[in-house]
Design a protein around this ligand. Sequence first.
Ligand code: PLP
Length: 458
Amino acid sequence: MTIKNMTSQEISAALHRLVPGGSHTYSKGDDQFPANAPGVMARGKGAYCWDTDGRRYLDWAMGNRVMSLGHAHDVVDDAVITALRRGANFTRPGVLEYELAEYLTALLPDADMVKFGKNGSDVVTAAVKLARAHTGRRYVLVCGSHPFFSIHDWFIGSTEMNSGTVESERGYTLKFTYNDRASVERVFDEYEGQIAAVILEPVKNDSPYEDPRDSDLTREGIARGGDNTGNFLQYLRDKTRATGTVLIFDEMIAGMRFGLRGAHYHYGISPDLATYGKAISNGYSCSVLSGRREIMELGGIHHDRERVFLLSQTHGSETVGLAATLATMRHYDEHDVESHIWKTGARLKQQVRAAIAEAGLGEHVRIIGFDANPQILCTDESGAYWPTLHTLFHQYMMARDVLIPWITITEAHGEAELEITRNALSESLSCLARDLSEGAVETRLEGPAARPVFRKFN
Ligand SMILES: Cc1ncc(COP(=O)(O)O)c(C=O)c1O
């Protein structure tokens, strides 16, 4: 059958015969979505995307959070077209490598040097390798409250889905809990002098302060006027400094949500190394490792220490991703997209809360997290995540052409999109309230409930 005669669902089913998992990240897989989710997408523009059947969806997810400006943004695409007409890759470094490196080192206060990759996993793994080389230590202390850092075995080996990884890789990855100092202290005590790096997303859904307030999650309140007393990130900075451990902030998600320079910039807390990716290039492929010269230079050719093989990639200097990053970040800065994201997120949170109250669903549905990066949670009576309710909620939102499995606010999400969402939320939550009161949550779900990515068996 030619693709022309196939429905979006049929192409999706056929894709599973050709591609393991039927997609290229597990979070896009069939097991993460309700049965009525679009099968395969054809195109996107601004805040919308279309499946191959021509059905239009309002897209709050934006791929794996890879947009900050919206699908197919003209300014970014024009920069890409100019770059690709000049050649995609050269025998010696390209001038865009210099331009982007100069831009980023001027922009990011903690970046003496930068190195580029094509995805987040590679730069995160490179940061870990540098930390080990710099300290001469083996262990890495990873935030266990954050779901994902890298496809590489030092991290994947530490998850439930560790088939094919070996003990010698995963055995040096230790975990701590966000905002739990005792969990950090315990590991530092047990592995004294052996921890190369602490790595975490600086913030996810929770305030890093010991005495959290609602205002910590707003743009105005986030940094408490620069007073970092009781701030978990400050504690980690002090702890790592005192123990000669490298502090790595993974800004892959937070980076373009909280602002151009990353979430840590708001708190004024400097990591030794930081990683950026996803929305920095508005959908194109580019990632960044940045950090202190003393550490980064180990990957260079002008020092007397042992050489570190740091991100030597055929496609690392490919011009399209570099041009897209420069154009995206400049546009984001010039148009103050940061303010737009915080404001739109605050509005969306208000809307969701109003719709929850209207449906009387306060015990089962919540919107949590920072205004710039909110998340909708569906829970059972005990407050635990309820996969069936979550999937049913998204089934109702999909039926109203709203894709909101996670929330990635971009410049393209404005008044019209908030209005569409308000109506879809109101209808979907009232359906959910009816199902709960009739005890029909399981029966109204059309397919299986979403399942965790990191599980041992299918
Ligand atoms: C916090 C974080 N770090 C690293 C990565 C890996 O990025 P990539 O998928 O580009 O390899 C992800 C991807 O989801 C992520 O969320």
